[in-house]
Structures are given as C-alpha cells and as structure tokens.
Design a protein around this ligand. Sequence first.
Ligand code: NAD
Length: 286
Amino acid sequence: MDGKALGLKIREEVKIKAAAIKAKGITPCLAVVLVGEDPASLSYVTSKEKALEEAGMESRDIRLPESTSENELLSIIKELNNDNKVHGILVQSPVPKHINEENVIEAVAPEKDVDCFHPVSVGNMILEKGGFLPCTPHGVLKLLREYNIQVAGAHVVIVGRSNIVGKPLANLLIRKEYNATVTLCHTGTKDLIKHTLQADILIAAAGRPAFIKPDMIKNGAIVIDVGINRVEDASAKKGYRVCGDVDPCAADRASFFTPVPGGVGPMTIAMLLQNVIESAQRSLSK
Ligand code: NAD
C-alpha cells in the first residue's frame, strides 16, 4: 500500500481547497511549536512545515529553547488560541521533561486541536460528535479505503494502546461506518501471537523495531505498520536507518502491507493538512 502516493494525492486536493479559502481572504495557518532540539522532532516539524508551504498554507514556525518554562509555553499557546489568523496548533511531542505534557495538551483550544489530543476532542471523537479526527488513525483508515479492503466484519488486531494511535484507532474501527471487530493488544497481553494470528487486518503500533515476525501473521492478512523506529546503522549516511514494527520478511505472508518509510507516515501529514483546512473552512462560516 503506497502511502506516499495517496498522501501526495490528498495533498493536491488540500492545495485546491487552500486556494479556494485564500480567494475568500483567509490563509489556512498551522502554528507549529517545537521546544528544544531533539533531532527526530526537528525532522518531523520540518517536514510538516514544508508540506504546509507546498499546499499554499501558512506555517507559523515557533522554535523555543529547551529552557522554556511550562508557564512560558502555556502563555504562547494561549496567544495562539486567541489569534484568529491561526487555525490549528501543534506542539511537537515530546516536550522537555520539566514540562507537563498533559497541561500542554489541555491548553490547546479544542477548536484548534488539529492533532485531536485534547480530552474534549478525544471525547467528541469517541462519541461521534464531530470535530477533528486524529491524524495517524485517520490516515490508516484512508489507506484501507483506498485499497478497497473489506473492513466491515473483519477482525482487526492492533498491537499498541497509546493515546495517539492504538486507542483512537480501535475506537474509529468500531464505528458503524467501519464495523470491524477489534482486539487491542498491549504489554499486558498474554500469548500475543495467538491474537496476531487471528487478524484479518493486523496493525502494529508498538514502537519496537521489526518486532512482528512472519510467523505471527496469518497468510493473506493485511498488515499495517505504523512503527517509525530509528535503529543504529553504521553503513547508513546518518548513522541510523528508519524501520517499522514489522519485520520486512513478513510482507511475503501479507496480501497487502504498508512499507516503512512510505506507508502510514506520509498519510499522517496529509491528514494533518486536511484538518487545518477543515478548521479554516469553519472559520469562514463563523
Ligand atoms: P507508545 O510507545 O506510546 O505506545 C506503544 C504501545 O505498544 C504501548 O501501548 C505498549 O503497551 C505497546 N507495546 C509495546 N511493546 C509491546 C509488546 N512487546 N507487546 C505488546 N504490546 C507492546 O507508541 P506510539 O506513540 O503509539 O507509537 C508507536 C510507534 O508508531 C512508534 O514507532 C512511533 O514512532 C510510531 N508512530 C508513527 C506515526 C506515523 O505517522 N506513522 C505516528 C505516531 C507514532
């Protein structure tokens, strides 16, 4: 499953929508806040900013030093909440250890919470009360739809129960519009392989490099690899390479699989841009 191609297609659609909004006098804008200099975080925010610019949207880049206090960060978020030129706010995770991440998530106004991390956004998502859909889970659903994968009635096994991937994905898949039966596995799951072997659709989001081995996959299953892990590799130019949670040899057993890189990652960015457009469109109708 080519997430890069589908991501680009969605970004082209977003570009057209952005131009239409701009014609009405508003430039869709995402504030991207990065505290500190974590190299992986820097690379994530740079690619998001580049994607925004390519789509003709504004990226309000806010780089803050590692020493930024929690209060300073919270007051910047408050300013962005009150700035009607800003349609979305993204604070790149993780924030430095001296800052309480929950307070940061809860400081972002739900109407600008394009990541769908705020408890109000999560509640609305679970109760199907509208609002933004979380980017990575939404990207996975788009991929399944694009490849006409039969999700209704399928047994989906998700490995990983994080707030940003596993939990929201399970909640979306059990909606009537998807009608999947979901098993959510985690570190407390006994005999993981017993569950993964039952999956018609297996979604790996454990953050463990190449941890899902071929013998854990039912022949012909659909395998979605959400993992993005950096592993040391002296032969690579940067000294590391990026790999997923699924052993690449497992692709032979799958009927469809998402590569890493080029699978779910590009979909996450595309869905983020789409959420910013949705927010800008809402501001037009206010
Ligand atoms: P996380 O570390 O917050 O959560 C990992 C989850 O996996 C935990 O709930 C844990 O219970 C489970 N887990 C870990 N080891 C396990 C094991 N041995 N057996 C069963 N369950 C186990 O991770 P996250 O933020 O959800 O990210 C997961 C992976 O997805 C990471 O590699 C991350 O980089 C990647 N990710 C990719 C995207 C994307 O756009 N493709 C977006 C978000 C996260």
